[in-house]
Design a protein around this ligand. Structure first.
Ligand code: HBI
Ligand code: FE
Length: 290
């Protein structure tokens, strides 16, 4: 999951200048592999009817149904053949520009540690289950793979223009918590949802959150919460449409407008929204009274 900032500006001991570390796959314990299997079983039983078909194709192409935490070397052979992407291990959150630089070069950074049984339903830092099960299957989809690279390139430009916050919101509401149309239905594609047992149901079925048609400027203005299920989800028509909207955007004027506007608070609808479902917001009011 993407958080607001990484800790230090220099890589910790043992990490390279690009913050990568060896995965050290042989060091995982049986209990750690068993934790992966438990999480994998739980999500793969629930997802088939809920997730975008390209995600299931990705699990298949990458042979991710094998037991145990995937060995990045074997995973990378298949991923490289599919779309030219690679997964590299990092110790935890990395600075924004390091993150963008990896994505722009078709490298996805992944945590190598796995959550403990106490953290099975919630943890703050991205572990190997979130990063690899959540993010990597869609990197085997050629259009989504191009979107992720374009995001990294856009991030490097935005960093120079002081617009990282807008890019973080775009990542949050697409790569982490995005919904997509599939025929007449809505499906999941965001990694923060598909790696979460509770949110996989909440995001599609619960009456509380808003579901709003994706609009780049709207999303770049919208605040988000990192401590609970989202209060709004944004729905794209297809990965091709997402790639087109973000790559063809005239970012100079867009960033100028964003600088002059207030952010949109979580849980609010604004004029111009394509409202697919106006949420009751009852989950949010119960957990986060104003
Ligand atoms: N580092 N390891 C890791 N994983 C992320 O998702 C991540 C990061 N550093 C910065 C970051 N995300 C972001 O805040 C960007 O989306 C802006
Ligand atoms: Fe993530």
């Amino acid at each position: 999951m993407a958080l607001d900032s990484a800790h230090a500006a220099t890589p910790p001991p043992g990490a390279g200048p690009d913050w990568t570390i060896p995965q050290d796959w042989a060091a995982y314990t049986p209990a750690e592999h068993a934790m992966w299997d438990r999480l994998f079983q739980r999500q793969s039983a629930m997802l088939p009817a809920r997730v975008v078909p390209a995600f299931l194709d990705g699990l298949d192409i990458l042979r991710m149904d094998r037991p145990g935490i995937p060995d990045f070397e074997a995973l990378n052979e298949r991923l490289m053949r599919a779309t030219g992407w690679q997964v590299v291990a990092v110790p935890g959150l990395v600075p924004d520009e390091v993150f963008f630089e990896h994505l722009a070069n078709r490298r996805f950074v992944a945590g190598r540690f796995i959550r403990t049984p106490e953290q099975i339903d919630y943890l703050q830092e991205p572990d190997v289950f979130h990063d690899v099960f959540g993010h990597v299957p869609l990197l085997a989809d050629p259009v989504f793979a191009d979107y992720m690279q374009a995001y990294g390139e856009g991030g490097l430009r935005a960093a120079r223009l002081g617009m990282i916050e807008a890019l973080a919101r775009l990542y949050w509401y697409t790569v982490e918590f995005g919904l997509i149309r599939d025929g007449g239905a809505l499906k999941l594609y965001g990694a923060g949802i598909v790696s979460s047992y509770g949110e996989s149901v909440f995001a599609l079925d619960h009456a509380s959150p808003h579901r709003i048609g994706f609009d780049l400027e709207r999303v770049m203005r919208t605040q988000y919460r990192i401590d609970d299920y989202q209060q709004a989800y944004f729905v794209i028509d297809s990965f091709a449409d997402l790639l087109r909207q973000t790559r063809d955007a005239d970012l100079g004027p867009l960033y100028e407008r964003l600088r002059g506007q207030n952010p949109i608070p979580v849980g609010t609808l604004v004029p111009g929204d394509t409202v697919i479902h106006a949420g009751t917001q009852d989950h949010a009011s119960a957990h986060h009274p104003a």
